[in-house]
Design a protein. Structure first.
Lengths: 502, 128
C-alpha cells in the first residue's frame, strides 16, 4: 500500500488527517506494525528548538524622502550587511552590538522586532545624484517595513557532536560552559524528534517543503551551508516571514565568553507515503549516535572521547573513563515537543498542507575542511632550539649564573632522564634570594606545574596559552616527552619580521 | 537549612563558628567562606531544627544571619528549559522533571553562581 501526497492533503483539507509526533511513532509501529501504521498515520511531525547561529533576516525598509542608498546600516547599533540594493539589508544573528558587545547581538534585534518593539535604524551613505541623502536615523517596527524575511543559511542539524573538555581549565564555548577534567558533557539536538533523523534519505525533506519556523509557516530552501548528509550531518536552509513569528519559538541568547546566537524553533511535517517512511520515522534515541569530542584540544580535528547515543545524552548521565558525568542539553527538548505539537495541530486543523520536494537534496555530499594553501605557523617554525637547561639538584646560584650567561629569563628543569619536571625564571630566583638567601636547590623554587606546548601546535594556540596563564615563555615538548625547544614572547616577533611563509 | 552569615572582623579575629559550635553543641557544616581583612561571609548548613538556636547565638556574637531558601531565581519569561545549567552545578540543584521542565532544589545550593554564568538566556540569578 502507498499513499499519495494528494490523498494526504485531501484528508488535511477535510479535517480527517491523523498526525503523530515523531517521538511517539516507534510505539505506534510496535503496536500496529508497519502496514497498520501506514494505514493509520498520515503525517509525522518533527521539532527542534536550539541555538542556530547561522540565522538572520533580510529587511526592506522602504524609501525615505529625500531617498538614501544605505551603504552602512545599524539596527539598535548592531551592524547589518547593506551591500545590496538601496534600502535592503541582511542582519545576522551573531553580529554583536557596537555599544553593548555580545550581550546584545543580531539575534536580540530579531527577538525585539518579533516581540513588537521598535528598533532604531541608523544608516550612512556618501550621497549620489539619485540618492542624495547621507544619513538617516529612525525608529521602525516590523509593521513599518515592506519585508522582514528570515533566511537562515544553516538550520536543523541532523545531529551534532557532543562536547567535553579534558583540559585543566573551564572553557566558555558555543557548546556552553565546559568544566575542566571532563567534568561535564553538553549536547544539542532533539534526537528522534529532530527533522532529518526521521528522513535521513531526504525523500520528503527538500526544496519547497512547508515547515514550522519560529511560529510562522516557512519553507525549506534547500540544503543548508556546510551540509554533510553523506556522513550524518545534513543541514537545511530555511525561510519564513518574521511578521508571523512568535517569541515563543524565537529567542536570542548569549553564550558567555563566546557570542550571541538565535534559538530557532523548527519543525518539518513528514507525509507518511509508504512503508519506508514509516520505518524511518520509527527511529528511537537509542538508534541515533554521535560522538563526544574533546573541546580541550584547539585543533580543527578535535579528538573523539567516545561514541554516544542520544538516549544516553538525554538520560542526564554519560559514562566516561569509568565515571558518571552529568550532561547538559543546550537545545530545549520541552520546546521541541511544543513545536511538534503545534505543527500537529496545524495539520489536523487543516491549516497546513504538505508538499514534496521540488528539488531533492544530494544525500551523498560531505562538507570539506578549508583547503589550506598556506599552513598556519607552528611552534616549531619559530621556537628557540638552542637550549639552556638545568637539573633539579643544582644550586640556586648555579641557576642564576646560567640565566645570566645565556641572557635568558626561563630555565627548563630536567630530571636524570632528560624529562621536563619544572621551570625556573629570573623572578623565581629573585624571590628566593629576597626571602631565603641563596641556599637551597632548584627543586625548592621551581614551578612544577609547567604549562607547555608542542612543536606541531599552532602558534595561535600557544599564544593563547601565554595570555591565559599570564606567562612569557613555554617549553616545547615533543611527542616522545623530550624537551625540543622553548617558545618565548620574543620568538613571536619572527612572525612579523619577515612575514611568515611555508 | 542553609544560613548566610556575615560578620565584621574590625573588632579582632573572633572564632565565631568554633565558639557557636562549642556554646550550642550543634554541628555546623561550612559550605563556602569568603574572609577578607575587614569582614567575612560564610555559608553554613545546620540541621533544620537548630536553625533558631544557631541564628540567635551568632547574632548575639555580632553577626548578621540570613536564611537561604530560594537562592537561585529563575526568570520564567526568559527560561526556555534547555538545561545548559544542569551539568555545571556541583550540587545537583538543577534537574529536569518528567516533562523536561527545569526544577530547582535550592536547599542544596551553595551560591557558587556557575549556573548563572552558564545560562544562555540570562534567566538565572542568585538571591539579592
Amino acid at each position: 500500500m502507498e499513499k499519495t501526497i494528494e490523498l494526504i492533503n485531501t484528508r488535511i483539507r477535510d479535517g480527517n488527517a491523523r498526525a503523530i509526533r515523531a517521538d511517539q511513532m516507534p510505539d505506534i509501529v510496535d503496536e500496529l506494525g508497519v502496514e497498520g501504521a501506514l494505514r493509520e498515520v498520515d503525517v509525522v511531525t518533527t521539532g527542534t528548538f536550539g541555538a542556530m547561529c547561522s540565522s538572520g533576516a533580510f529587511f526592506n525598509f522602504g524609501h525615505s524622502d529625500p531617498p538614501i542608498r544605505m551603504e552602512k546600516v545599524w539596527m539598535n547599533e548592531v551592524e547589518a550587511y547593506a551591500g545590496i540594493a538601496a534600502v535592503d539589508a541582511y542582519l545576522g544573528a551573531t553580529q554583536k552590538s557596537e555599544t553593548q558587545g555580545i550581550s546584545y547581538g543580531g539575534a536580540h534585534v530579531l527577538e525585539d522586532l518579533v516581540a513588537g518593539n521598535s528598533v532604531r535604524l541608523r544608516a550612512q551613505s556618501r550621497g549620489t545624484d539619485c540618492y542624495p541623502r547621507k544619513t538617516l536615523e529612525i525608529d521602525l517596527t516590523l509593521e513599518d517595513m515592506n519585508q522582514a524575511t528570515m533566511v537562515n543559511p544553516r538550520n536543523s542539524y541532523q545531529s551534532y557532536v557532543a562536547a567535553s573538555n579534558t583540559s585543566d581549565r573551564t572553557l566558555h564555548t558555543y557548546m556552553g560552559t565546559l568544566l575542566p577534567n571532563a567534568g561535564n558533557v553538553s549536547y544539542s539536538g532533539a534526537g528522534c524528534l529532530s527533522p532529518i533523523p526521521n528522513d535521513p534519505g531526504l525523500r520528503t525533506i527538500g526544496s519547497g517543503v512547508p515547515i514550522f519556523l519560529c511560529g510562522a509557516e516557512g519553507m525549506i530552501i534547500g540544503e543548508g551551508t556546510q551540509a554533510s548528509p553523506g556522513n550524518g550531518f545534513g543541514t537545511l536552509m530555511t525561510t519564513g516571514d518574521m511578521n508571523d513569528m512568535s517569541t515563543d519559538f524565537l529567542r536570542a541568547a548569549t553564550f558567555k565568553g563566546y557570542n550571541s546566537t538565535l534559538y530557532v524553533g523548527l519543525g518539518v511535517p513528514i507525509p507518511v507515503l509508504d512503508e519506508e517512511v514509516v520505518r524511518q520515522t520509527a527511529v528511537r534515541d537509542e538508534d541515533l549516535k554521535t560522538t563526544i569530542a574533546d573541546y580541550g584540544v584547539s585543533n580543527r580535528n578535535r579528538p573523539d572521547l567516545r561514541e554516544v547515543t542520544y538516549a544516553e545524552l538525554k538520560s542526564g548521565l554519560v559514562e566516561m573513563d569509568g565515571e558518571e558525568v552529568k550532561t547538559s542539553s543546550l537545545s530545549s527538548y520541552k520546546k521541541a515537543l511544543e513545536v511538534a505539537d503545534e505543527l500537529k495541530s496545524w495539520v489536523e486543523g487543516g491549516r497546513m498542507q504538505l508538499a514534496l520536494p521540488t528539488r531533492r537534496i544530494n544525500t551523498e555530499k560531505t562538507a570539506r575542511p578549508m583547503r589550506d594553501r598556506a599552513r598556519a605557523p607552528q611552534v616549531r617554525d619559530i621556537m628557540n632550539t638552542s637550549l639552556v637547561t638545568i637539573s633539579e639538584d643544582e644550586k640556586i646560584q648555579t641557576a642564576a649564573k646560567r640565566l645570566l650567561r645565556g641572557e635568558i629569563n626561563h630555565l627548563p628543569v630536567l630530571d636524570d632522564t632528560n624529562r621536563l619536571v619544572g621551570i625556573v625564571t629570573t623572578f623565581d630566583i629573585a624571590k628566593a634570594v629576597a626571602s631565603n638567601g641563596k641556599g637551597g636547590t632548584v627543586r625548592d623554587i621551581m614551578t612544577k606545574r609547567v604549562v607547555y606546548t608542542s612543536p606541531a601546535e599552532a602558534v595561535d594556540v600557544a599564544t593563547r596559552k601565554l595570555e591565559m596563564n599570564n606567562i612569557s615563555a613555554l617549553p616545547v615538548v615533543d611527542e616522545n616527552g623530550k624537551l625540543a625547544g622553548i617558545l618565548s614572547a620574543i620568538n613571536l616577533g619572527k612572525l612579523f619580521e619577515r612575514g611568515w611563509k611555508r | 537549612m542553609k544560613l548566610l552569615v556575615t560578620f565584621s572582623r574590625k573588632g579582632g579575629k573572633q572564632p565565631l563558628i568554633a565558639q557557636t559550635v562549642k556554646d550550642t553543641g550543634v554541628l555546623i557544616n561550612v559550605e563556602r567562606a569568603f574572609i577578607e581583612s575587614n569582614e567575612g561571609e560564610v555559608l553554613i548548613d545546620v540541621p533544620d531544627e537548630d536553625t533558631e538556636i544557631i541564628s540567635a547565638a551568632m547574632e548575639k556574637a555580632g553577626a548578621r544571619v540570613k536564611k537561604i531558601e530560594d537562592s537561585v531565581i529563575r526568570d520564567e519569561s526568559e527560561c526556555v528549559n534547555c538545561g545548559a545549567c544542569i551539568s555545571v552545578c556541583p550540587q545537583d540543584v538543577l534537574s529536569f522533571d518528567e516533562t523536561w521542565t527545569l526544577c530547582i532544589d535550592s536547599s542544596k545550593c551553595v551560591l557558587c553562581g556557575k549556573c548563572v554564568e552558564a545560562c544562555p538566556h540570562q534567566a538565572l540569578s542568585l538571591l539579592p
